[in-house]
Design a protein around this ligand. Structure first.
Ligand code: HEM
Length: 410
């Protein structure tokens, strides 16, 4: 006997199918057609999941900005089966709300200042130049593996002040965390791997906060250990969790912006030609690429109170899936939404960095990295050739980007 199903459940389940990895946009469109038939605009009710999926810019922004919509419900509770992983995940600001979120975020923000970000421009440029010089010496190179992956991870590890063996360990840990954040459900294998790595992470960090306070080193990690808010400091576990969050949030996403952005530019050659002619358009192009690639495709919130939206009341205790990628191509906000238009006046209203209390803490660093990369490529390698066919994407429903991108620079 097969389980009873419904068009809404089918549409919601399709967002976790192999096609959702290859190309989720037609599936978002189909889900919105089912939602329209339900009569709630771009809101799809999925009673079997006690959930609603939101696709429009208006609905997604409204939920993100509401104090009734809470982040990280699944991660903040439970976790008895994986105690070490829970101790690493639970203190991440992403999973906190209200006063405890404000405290963690403001401590991290005190270290991750606009000045620190602005000063990283030279670091980004010099790491990029090294990678591009190596790539230019070959007939072709993998723009994902040899550029989009190493650049952001190199930048953030150097900003944190990690080096050598520590850098490799951190990459492995944050990779596992990113995999977990992007999985539809942590499988036992993945959870056990994260549990083992969490054990190693906690052993490494035990006492490190105190040591860094006593003997500060250059970099954000020491700055994070030192910040105080009304006499409050980050505990060892809080320092670990938020350093791993900065690393995981800071490289999988920016990697996907760079590799996905190159693919999009190659699919829209008029935009690439405009950038080659006027490299100073790089900041506007980066904004459009954030909108079009949506490196974080989706997020979600649990409702603490009933939430009225359009003609629908979403009940307290239910879940809202927020499809950022669909909102970023909502024609009501962005006319001709699939076109990369470097002159679009409202590109920056995209929700690629979310909105509200959890608005991406690293948005200015990600923008800077994108701008430097796309500008430098257009200036130095106008003949850049990136394939548009048969591109495989990372097996992750949330963090979307090409797995490999065999390209040539000249
Ligand atoms: C939060 C996207 C780069 C650090 C977020 C959120 C999104 C996002 C959508 C909110 C998630 C939610 O509310 O559910 C992106 C994209 C990036 C990027 C698309 C690159 C293209 C970075 C970088 C860093 C960073 C470079 C740091 C080095 C964070 C942190 C949070 C966050 C710490 C949690 C903020 C909070 O909970 O208050 N990011 N991010 N991100 N991001 Fe980013």
């Amino acid at each position: 006997m097969t389980a009873a199903t419904s068009p809404a459940l089918d549409a919601a389940q399709s967002l976790f199918s192999p096609q959702a990895i290859a190309d989720p946009y037609p599936l978002y469109a189909q889900a919105q057609e089912v939602a329209a038939r339900q009569g709630h605009g771009a809101l799809l009710s999925v009673p079997e999941w006690n959930a609603t999926l939101a696709f429009s810019h208006e609905a997604v922004s409204a939920v993100l900005r509401s104090p009734a919509a809470l982040s990280g419900q699944g991660f903040a509770q439970g976790g008895e089966a994986y105690p070490e992983a829970t101790l690493v995940l639970r203190p991440m600001m992403l999973f906190h709300n209200g006063a405890s979120h404000t405290r963690l975020r403001s401590l991290a923000q005190a270290a991750f200042t606009p000045r620190v970000v602005a000063q990283s421009r030279e670091l980004v440029q010099s790491r990029l130049d090294t990678l591009l010089n190596a790539a230019a010496a070959k007939p072709s190179f993998d723009a994902a593996d040899e550029l989009a992956v190493p650049l952001p991870v190199g930048v953030i590890t150097e900003m944190l002040g990690l080096k050598g063996a520590d850098e490799a360990k951190f990459r492995e840990w944050s990779g596992a965390v990113a995999e977990l954040l992007g999985a539809s459900d942590g499988t036992p294998e993945l959870m056990e791997r994260v549990e083992r790595q969490a054990h190693d992470m906690r052993a490494y960090f035990r006492g490190l906060a105190d040591e860094l306070r006593a003997h500060p080193q250059p970099g954000l990690l020491s700055a994070l250990a030192a910040v105080e808010d009304g006499g409050e400091k980050l505990s060892s576990d809080e320092l670990l969790a938020n350093a791993v969050l900065l690393l995981a949030a800071g490289h999988e996403t920016t990697t996907n912006l760079i590799a996905g952005g190159l693919l999009e530019l190659s699919r829209q050659p008029a935009a690439w030609a405009a950038l080659v002619e006027r490299p100073e358009l790089a900041a506007g192009v980066t904004e459009e690429l954030l909108r079009l690639t949506s490196p974080v495709q989706r997020t979600g919130r649990g409702l603490a109170q009933d939430f009225q939206i359009g003609n629908l009341t979403l009940p307290a205790g239910s879940f809202v899936g927020l499809i950022l990628a669909a909102a970023n191509r909502d024609p009501a906000m962005f006319p001709d939404p699939h076109r990369l238009d470097p002159f679009r006046s409202n590109s920056a209203r995209h929700l690629a960095f979310a909105s509200g209390a959890h608005y991406c803490l690293g948005a200015s660093l990600a923008r800077l990295e994108g701008e430097v990369v796309f500008r430098t490529l257009a200036e130095r390698f106008p003949k850049l050739n990136v394939p548009t066919q048969e591109v495989k994407f990372r097996p992750n429903f949330v963090l979307r980007g090409p797995l490999s991108l065999q390209a040539s620079l000249a």
